[in-house]
Design a protein. Structure first.
Length: 123
């Protein structure tokens, strides 16, 4: 990206089930650096967080207030792409329907370990 003349801004540390505060942190970072495009690299939590970042970065008001007090929804956001690097847990449930899937990652390991699905961008 940098070789193509693009400035790269890293927003790491997105945890599983990211907090609203983490999404707001990303939106502030995007505004401060004039971000025009977001590339989310990881699994569902990172992608979902970046969806909020992409929209909140262009709003002058809090997205939560906009949606839940004014019943208005945003109509624009930053360009967003995604590279999925994890296997969804649901795929394990489809392969092993008799197995209890909670607590297992996509490779049969412990979801509470440092690696969920074999990949992690925030650690």
């Amino acid at each position: 990206m940098e070789a193509a003349g693009k400035t790269v801004v890293d927003f790491s540390g997105i945890m599983p089930n990211p907090t609203y505060a983490k999404a707001q942190e990303g939106a502030r970072l995007a505004r401060e650096h004039g971000v025009t495009d977001i590339l989310a690299v990881d699994g569902g939590s990172v992608i979902d967080c970046c969806k909020i970042v992409a929209v909140q970065a262009l709003l002058d008001e809090d997205i939560w207030q906009l949606e839940y007090t004014k019943s208005t929804f945003p109509t624009k956001g930053l360009a967003l792409g995604a590279v999925v690097t994890t296997c969804p847990l649901v795929s394990l449930c489809q392969v092993l329907p008799a197995q209890r899937c909670s607590g297992l990652d996509a490779f049969g390991g412990n979801a509470d370990s440092d690696f969920f699905g074999g990949f992690r961008t925030d650690g």
